[in-house]
Design a protein around this ligand. Structure first.
Ligand code: HMG
Ligand code: MG
Length: 311
């Protein structure tokens, strides 16, 4: 069993992609086990050491809404200078104040493409969410911070069903207009399929959003995340969110399961000859270590295959 796939390039794909690691935030926000802050700090540090260029560390949301990440300030303290370059989730001005106090340089706001999920996740309506984001993004930008914006439920919503592509583009454009430098399009419940990905990217392009401003955030609930990633690569996307070991989900969307596993993504990119800068063996070792802390095996096929082969 080899540690890496053979590389065979396919035409029309990017030379290089950026993997945006969300395991410590999206992964751990949904775990029943409360992970000690020191273990979280080691998780982030190991992922950075494995070559992941961006590691989203935690969230400055209301601690009662996401108790798993209530130790955000303590974690940032343990991470020190390295933590300031790790993006953190911020929903509102209160969250921004907390992040600014700790010297965060990158934040991410998170909007919803649907009314129901905006209510469930942010306690705001679809339009109301922008009133919360507007001063947050403006003040963050004025303070010199970089702001990413997520759009959730881009491919389907557990309460509303299919979500029209134009509705997603409308929400995404409003977030860019507020000052977000990058939009991460979330398949929160993993229902998207490849043609839908192509159509969504084309719709953003037609509406004037450069492909370089888009990132894809796939959850792997229905096993479509890698197929959807390939469709997005073919459409010119070069930033992909993934979570070490396939941890993840959203506590406010019951059908959300783990993110696309970083290891599964790295395996495919390596096979395609697309540069990513990540050491696969190091990420697998980190996920095996984290799985021991969580008391359950990683759902990633690549982690299982490599861990079992002893690679
Ligand atoms: P709310 O209850 O409407 O808040 O919650 P509020 O503005 O009415 O304030 C009520 C109290 O909370 C006030 O305190 C505020 O100061 C305090 P009081 O004056 O009563 O003492 N408060 C805060 N405290 C600490 N930190 C804060 C904060 N904000 C207010 N940031 C709120 C609104 C947005 C805060 C809440 O709904 C919330 O925290 N939601 C977060 C939910 C969440 O984190 N979901 C998971 C992340 S999203 C996701 O996973 C999807 C993604 O991965 C992409 C994808 O997969 O699609 C990104
Ligand atoms: Mg997510």
């Amino acid at each position: 069993m080899s540690e890496l796939p053979m590389t065979v390039r396919a035409d029309g794909l990017p030379e290089r992609v950026t993997i945006y690691e969300v395991g410590p935030r999206d992964g751990l926000q949904n775990e029943k086990t409360l992970v000690p802050t020191g273990v979280k700090a080691e998780f982030v540090t190991r992922l950075l050491a494995a070559g992941l260029p961006v590691v989203e560390a935690t969230s400055f949301v209301h601690p009662k809404w996401v108790p798993q990440l209530a130790d955000a300030a303590e974690l940032m303290g343990l991470l020190g200078e390295a933590g300031r370059d790790c993006p953190v989730l911020v929903p509102n001005e209160r969250g921004l104040d907390r992040a600014l106090e700790l010297g965060a340089r990158h934040i991410a706001v998170f909007g919803s493409a649907t009314e129901t999920f905006a209510q469930k996740n942010l306690n705001r309506g679809l339009d109301e969410q922008f009133a919360m984001f507007e001063p947050t993004v403006r003040r963050a930008r004025d303070a010199g911070l970089d702001v990413r914006a997520y759009v959730s439920m881009c491919f389907g919503d557990p309460w509303e069903g299919g979500v029209p592509v134009e509705q997603v583009v409308g929400v995404g454009k409003r977030l860019i207009d507020l000052g977000a430098s990058q939009l991460s399009l979330g398949d929160t419940i993993g229902v998207g399929t490849a043609g839908h990905v192509t159509a969504l990217v084309s719709a953003f392009e037609a509406a004037g959003t450069a492909t370089g401003q888009l990132a894809m955030h796939f959850h792997d609930t229905y096993g479509q995340a890698l197929a959807n990633t390939l469709a997005a690569l073919q459409a010119g996307i070069t930033t992909f969110d993934a979570s070490a070991g396939g941890l993840g989900g959203c506590p406010y969307a019951k059908s959300a399961t783990g993110n696309l596993a970083t290891e599964d993504l790295v395996w495919m990119l390596t096979g395609l000859g697309i540069e990513h800068g990540v050491d696969l063996g190091e990420v697998v070792a980190t996920s095996v270590w984290m799985a021991r802390h969580l008391g359950r095996p990683s759902p990633s096929a690549v982690v299982r295959a490599l861990a079992e082969s002893g690679a």
